[in-house]
Every structure is written in structure tokens, then in C-alpha cells.
Design a protein around this ligand. Structure first.
Ligand code: WQD
Length: 339
């Protein structure tokens, strides 16, 4: 049985990935400092899979504490989700973002080396691509000027892991560049549970549909797109989770190397189209108004997903309607998130 250490495993993408890993026969160990998630996620993982995950409440920057996890378990691979991830917050507190996100990855890779762990999958983001606007984005698209410290930490961690892969050819490094993860597990037991005011579109649409917020702000309707609102590549979080399983299965056949894959659907949806799809899913009109553009937003971003399809055999299964249905079920079953 292959054992995977999932850092940030009680978070939105981490918890869904734990479910997919368990259902694919992996043993899972979760490390999380619960800064932006709740331990209840472990109970939900158990309810869905019938299997306990071994949980450690540890900050990945705490090398002494994290070493204990490597001492107590035979870890074959690491999937590294742990990190601060709010775009807006990163602009307000850049030093904390650089300290936390860079310190944690360095701690993890140092312990991997100490304990001879040879596989790491990193939760990267399409935000590392520059803002050339050329779409679809392939893995060969130029990396460039990130628009916020959060994005720069993803870019820097890709650089760190690439250099480490170069220095140790026996290491398998997989960089997964997510587009826009949305939706929830179809059981309604796991979903996006942002602490504080969410930045992202889907949780805000869900809250507008539920009446938690009075009116959804649509940031800009004067972009050079068919309906004037921004276009993104929304990917169901369960598809994304499956992409991580495919990545681990892939490196199990490799003896070292650096591998980069986009995880997206290849389809772009505008904000207005998301609202229309969500209204269909929830059966209500969503109250929204057009507001000024949000700084740093790209007009259009969506993936060329062919490399992950070709090399990993990864293909997204879920469409926009399913993303909205599952998001709405999560919202109605968990109006206060994971309590
Ligand atoms: C999507 C569109 C907004 C909220 C970010 C990160 C990326 C990844 C996904 C972590 C934009 C518009 C949003 C709202 C709106 N994060 N919007 N009203 O900015 O594409 O990507 O989240 O991995 O790294 O950069 O996603 O959901 O914030 O915005 O109109 O209340 O929805 O302007 O056009 P984004 P988003």
C-alpha cells in the first residue's frame, strides 16, 4: 500500500484529494495547521470513504514537529497543498505569504531528502502564466509577471522544486497548474469553506443564491469578451482531485524527473454564464450588479488540457451544470460551512 502525506489536507482541494486517493487505494496522512480549514473535514472524509485518515495538527514550517510525521510513518509520496492562498490578503501581507509559503516547502523538501522520499506533487496555479492574454494556455506558455505575492509564491516554489529536481535526478517532481477549482463532493459532505469573506466567484454566487449576501458584485462588464465579463476555466474540484491521483500513478512508473501539467477543462465560461448556470441549479434568480473591474483580473484565461490528457490519461468528467449543482447542494446542506 502506497502512503501519501497530504499537507493542507483538510482544505478545499486537499480534502477532496484525500477522498480520491483513498478511493484509489492509497493510504493517506494529513498534516494541517487548521489556519484556513477545520478538522471536521477528516470526519467528512471518513463518512464518504469509510476510512480514517491519520491527522496531525502541525504547521509545515515547524520542522521539528513535521519530522515526527516522517519518523512515525513510511511515506512514499507528498502532495503539498499547505500554504496561504488568498490573493487579496497576499497584497496586504506579502511578508507573511513569502515567509509561510516558501518556508513550508523548504521544510517539506528537506525532510523528504532526510527520509529518502522521492515523489512530490505540488499544488501550483495558472496564475504563474504571464498576463500575455494568449489563450488557450499550454504548459509551454511563457511564465511571467504574477499580479500578486500569492502568485509569486507559486512561481517561486515551482522554481525551487525545479532546481531541486535538477540537483537530484532520482526525485519525481510534478507541478500541477490548476485553473479555477469550484464545486463540491456530490454527497454534500465536503465543499469550499472559505474563512472570512471569500474572494472567489463561486462561493460568492452560492452566498448570493442563499441570501447570505444581498447582492453579488460582478467585477466589470466592459471587458473585450462576448458579454463583457471575464472568462475563466472552471474545473470541478473532484476532477481536480482525480488529477492528483493520476499524477501519483504516473510518477510510480518514473525514476525521476520534473513534470508540469495544466489541470483545466479547456472550456471558458464568463461570469454571466456562471450566474445563468447557477440560477438553473438553484432554481432562483440571483441578485447581482455590475461593479468596477477588480485590479489584476485577466479578461480571459483557460487551459489547453491536452498534455495531461495525453500523458496522465486525465480527462475532466464534470460540466458547469454539475459544478453548480454540487456547489448548491454543499451550500444548502452546510450554510455555516464545516462546523
Ligand atoms: C473569477 C472571475 C472576477 C468574485 C483566483 C486565483 C487563482 C485561483 C483561483 C487559487 C473574475 C469575478 C469574482 C466576485 C466577480 N486561486 N468575480 N465577483 O481570480 O480567476 O483566480 O482563484 O488557486 O490562483 O487567482 O478567480 O473566482 O476570484 O474570479 O465578478 O465576487 O469572477 O473578477 O473575473 P480568479 P475568482
Amino acid at each position: 500500500m502506497s502512503t501519501v502525506l497530504v499537507t493542507g489536507g483538510t482544505g478545499f482541494i486537499g480534502s477532496h484529494t484525500c477522498v480520491a486517493l483513498i478511493e484509489s487505494g492509497y493510504d493517506v496522512i494529513v498534516v494541517d495547521n487548521l489556519y484556513n480549514s477545520k478538522k471536521e473535514a477528516c470526519n467528512r472524509i471518513f463518512k464518504i470513504t469509510g476510512k480514517e485518515v491519520k491527522f496531525y495538527e502541525i504547521d509545515c514550517c515547524d520542522k521539528k514537529a513535521l519530522r515526527k510525521v516522517f519518523e512515525e510513518n513510511k511515506i512514499d509520496s507528498v502532495i503539498h497543498f499547505a500554504g496561504l492562498k488568498a490573493v487579496g490578503e497576499s497584497v496586504q501581507m506579502p511578508a507573511e505569504y513569502y515567509r509561510n509559503n516558501i518556508d513550508s516547502i523548504l521544510t517539506v523538501v528537506e525532510l523528504m531528502k532526510e527520509f529518502g522520499v522521492k515523489n512530490i506533487v505540488f499544488s501550483s496555479s495558472a496564475t504563474v502564466y504571464g498576463s500575455t492574454g494568449k489563450v488557450p494556455l499550454s504548459e509551454d506558455s511563457p511564465l511571467g509577471e504574477c499580479t500578486n505575492p500569492y502568485g509569486w509564491t507559486k512561481w517561486m516554489i515551482e522554481r525551487i522544486l525545479s532546481d531541486i529536481a535538477y540537483s537530484d535526478p532520482t526525485l519525481n517532481v510534478v507541478l500541477l497548474r490548476y485553473f479555477n477549482p469550484v464545486g463540491a463532493h456530490e454527497s454534500g459532505l465536503l465543499g469550499e469553506d472559505p474563512q472570512g469573506i471569500p474572494n472567489n466567484l463561486f462561493p460568492n454566487v452560492a452566498r448570493a443564491a442563499a441570501g447570505v449576501i444581498e447582492c453579488l458584485n460582478v467585477f466589470g462588464n466592459d471587458y473585450d469578451t462576448p458579454d463583457g465579463t471575464c472568462i475563466r476555466d472552471y474545473i470541478h474540484v473532484c476532477d481536480l482531485a482525480e488529477g492528483h491521483v493520476k499524477a501519483l500513478d504516473y510518477v510510480a512508473t518514473k525514476n525521476g524527473g520534473r513534470y508540469v501539467f495544466n489541470l483545466g477543462t479547456g472550456n471558458g465560461y464568463s461570469v454571466s454564464q456562471v450566474i445563468t448556470a447557477y440560477e438553473k441549479a438553484c432554481g432562483k434568480k440571483i441578485n447581482y450588479k455590475f461593479a468596477p473591474r477588480r485590479e489584476g483580473d485577466l479578461p480571459v484565461s483557460y487551459a489547453d488540457p491536452t498534455k495531461a490528457n495525453r500523458e496522465l490519461g486525465f480527462k475532466t468528467k464534470y460540466d458547469m451544470d454539475k459544478m453548480c449543482e454540487d456547489s448548491w447542494r454543499w451550500q444548502t446542506m452546510n450554510p455555516n460551512g464545516l462546523e
